[in-house]
Ligand binder design. Structure first.
Ligand code: PAF
Length: 281
């Protein structure tokens, strides 16, 4: 367990000097099976798996949202160790941000100006800023991110490419519970009725993906189909349902190539996101 940035950087550098490879799994804590799958993969592919646990205030749209975020460091450490982590880096707010950052990462263009960039202004900039800090602290590594936060994954890939971090980004598939709900720390905030309603996101995505694969639909029709499925669930309020080009996040004219279907919705007071990929030859 490491709390200090200097200690983390020195420990990982020492391991690299001894020819060990480092796997980094950045998290906000409240770890679940999805995180466990990232840590297991990092531990399998690297000599050392390091999990960072930090509730990054820059990526929440209000202090209340950050305060409501679930936490439980003791349970997180148990899960991380069981999944194969060697190091847990859990810095304090003062350690990560000794002063409010005057220079952060800002995402330009379509990548930051669509979907989560519209619904949660500043969120992706806050993610990119803290991930840039973690990459600078960790040094050369493989970094593991879940596809559940698909736009975040694209942002992190651009961050590495644009700022030349010595990091290989590894995308890992979304882990789902038996009823299709994507694992998320936010699921803990759902009442049992809300949890019962949550599978509608996955149902909408699967119906949308089937329509794309069946052919003959326009992007707007597929989006409408997904929106109608979500609208039929009274406890769920849709934010967006779209089908976009998987690399650019632009709505394509025709449904061909690598596509991504994404939905975001409020389930009671909790905002959930989910997505699936489809390839049309
Ligand atoms: O996906 C998350 O848990 C967070 O956005 C991340 C990447 C750890 C940055 O705080």
């Amino acid at each position: 367990m490491i709390e200090r940035v200097a200690e983390l950087s020195a420990a990982l550098e020492a391991r690299r000097a001894a020819a060990s490879t480092v796997g980094l799994v950045p998290t906000l804590g409240a770890l679940h099976d999805g995180h466990a799958s990232l840590i297991e993969r990092a531990a399998a592919e690297c000599d050392l798996a390091c999990v960072s646990i930090f509730v990054n205030p820059l990526q929440f749209t209000s202090a209340a949202e950050a305060a409501a975020y679930p936490s439980g460091l003791d349970a997180d450490v148990v899960l991380a160790e069981k999944a194969g982590a060697t190091v847990v880096f859990a810095p304090t707010l003062e350690e990560m941000y000794p002063q409010p950052p005057a220079v952060g990462v800002q995402i330009a263009g379509q990548l930051g100006a669509t979907l989560e960039g519209v619904s949660r202004p500043g969120h992706l900039d806050g993610v990119a800023t803290v991930v840039a800090k973690l990459f600078a602290m960790a040094g050369r590594c493989r970094a593991y991110f879940g596809e559940k936060d698909y736009q975040q994954l694209l942002v992190v890939r651009r961050l590495v490419a644009d700022l030349s971090f010595p990091v290989t980004v590894v995308a890992c598939p979304t882990v789902r519970s038996i009823d299709g709900v994507a694992e998320s720390s936010r699921n803990r905030q759902l009442s049992s009725a809300e949890r019962g309603a949550a599978p509608v996101l996955c149902r909408a995505l699967r119906a949308g993906a089937a329509a794309v694969l069946a052919g003959g639909s326009e992007p707007g029709e597929v989006a409408g189909l997904m929106a109608d499925i979500v609208a039929a669930e009274p406890l769920v309020e849709l934010d967006y349902a779209v089908v976009v080009d998987a690399a650019s996040l632009v709505v394509p004219e025709r449904l061909v190539g690598e596509l991504r279907l994404l939905v975001a919705a409020r389930v009671g007071g909790t905002r959930l996101i989910d997505n699936v990929g489809v390839r049309v030859a």
